[in-house]
Design a protein around this ligand. Sequence first.
Ligand code: HEC
Length: 156
Amino acid sequence: MVYALAYLAEKKADEEVDAVMKNAGSFAISVAIFAGSLVFFTGSAHREAHAAGAPDIERGHDYFDQECSTCHQAIKGEGGDQGPSLIGVVGRKAGSVPGFDYSKAIKAFGKVWTPEQLNTFLADPPTVVPGTKMSINVGDAGDRADLIAFLASTKK
Ligand code: HEC
């Protein structure tokens, strides 16, 4: 650009060069504004994804290992059997793992574990299913979203 302008400067009259310089200047300013707004845009998009709690399967897996795996399996062979297996729990009917000794309450509940139903249940199990033996609650909505994303990723 500088070379091109220098070349033009030799060729053209002074006023003409001035005009070119002005254009080049405002072009540079537009580029700077564009680049600035791009940085702002990507920055805020990133923040919004986190604020909306975009589910994180890895975090959900960690949470499960810490809070649920003493009683439940979500990966075959990993976890306790005090609670029913949660492998493939999303889409499964409540209280339906063959051979597990469920409470009457959860068998009578009769709902399918959709992500929404799990979200409500895990926030406060004894309120959603009075009389259930499942007493662990997950108070934070972001933790529940991560956990449910992880459970949804488990397959038989
Ligand atoms: C102290 C043991 C224990 C812990 C820890 C525990 N649970 Fe449970 N969970 C149970 C038992 C027992 C049941 C069966 C409830 C019943 O029969 O009423 C159950 C049932 C469930 C069910 C219903 C399953 C079905 O087949 O209908 C879900 C979902 C569940 N637990 C999720 C979780 C999650 C997620 C965590 C971790 C945040 C967790 N549980 C932690 C013992 C536990």
